[in-house]
Design a protein around this ligand. Structure first.
Ligand SMILES: [Zn+2]
Length: 288
């Protein structure tokens, strides 16, 4: 059996997964907010300790960029300011087991790819949630890239005049489409704190401001899909995340995609693995 470890901005999760990719046991804890490497190391140690004696290897799906065994953040705020963490050596020392690392959206992309209803060669996965994560499978292989950056489509630009992104660029897909971006624009328009869920409630009631806010997000994703199709000729895009799977959202993405020439349109399908996509995808990738 294998331990799959999910390192996110708000939570840590560890699952014991068998040969059939079935989760046998799962544990969760909160991601330390201190930005201190020792705190993250001890949180990980406590989390995996009860699972260790049944596992022969560990695979990690983590937020941020995984490059040569180290974890760096595209947006350091996501990990309480922690921006450079020796993930591979830390977990090897804690566990005494062989360790493989993946970015969480890349892991989820592989999980969704393995579960596709109609198998294909080239697929993109986009999760629209607190941020916008993405992963690419090209010719049947998960792309991680030379430095772990491959597939970070949330940080491609769709509007150079758009809002500043946490990564340092302006008008990224993430800065326009994410749940955080939806909440920010709602705050400016309604002059009060509303999260993406609250904006969707108004959207469903026919509130025109809410429709405009959700449309800004959906349009950014539609432009991204056209760009991906042009760049990589992908066959299908799987969309997940709390915003991506919110009722009515994919219909708006399709509406804006259909404004583009047919050449740049691509099949869209909702994600199927939910919040376990990263864990299960990482385990499938490690065992191939
Ligand atoms: Zn960005």
């Amino acid at each position: 059996m294998i331990i799959a470890l999910d390192i996110g901005g708000t939570k840590l999760a560890a699952s014991l997964i068998n040969d059939n990719n079935i989760i046998i046991d799962s544990r969760r804890s909160s991601t330390p907010k201190s930005g201190c490497a020792d705190d993250l190391a001890s949180a990980l140690e406590q989390l995996i300790a009860p699972l260790l004696n049944q596992a022969s290897a560990i695979v990690v799906a983590s937020t941020g960029i995984i490059n040569q065994g180290r974890l760096t953040a595209v947006n350091p705020d996501n990990l309480g300011g922690l921006n450079d963490f020796p993930l591979q050596t830390t977990i090897e020392e804690i566990s005494g087991l062989p360790v493989q690392l993946l970015n969480d959206a890349q892991a989820a992309a592989w999980g969704e790819y393995c579960q596709l209803e109609r198998p294909c060669k080239s697929m993109a996965f986009i999760t629209v949630s607190t941020g916008v994560g993405a992963g690419l499978v090209i010719n049947g292989e998960l792309q991680t890239g030379l430095t772990g950056l491959a597939g970070h489509a949330g940080h491609t630009t769709v509007d150079p005049q758009g809002p500043k992104c946490g990564c340092g660029r302006s008008g990224c897909v993430e800065a326009l489409a994410s749940g955080t971006a939806i909440g920010k624009l709602a705050g400016e328009i309604y002059k009060k704190n509303l999260d993406a869920k609250a904006v969707f409630e108004r959207f469903h009631q026919g509130d025109q401001n809410a429709q405009m806010i959700i449309d800004r997000s959906a349009q950014a994703i539609a432009i991204l899909l056209g760009n991906m199709k042009a760049l990589l000729d992908i066959e299908v895009v799987v969309i997940g995340g709390s915003v991506g799977l919110a009722e009515g959202y994919l219909a708006r993405v399709r509406y804006f995609m259909e404004q583009q020439p047919a050449l740049f349109q691509v099949d869209i399908t909702p994600a199927r693995l939910g919040h376990e996509a990263g864990l299960k995808g990482a385990a499938l990738w490690a065992s191939q």
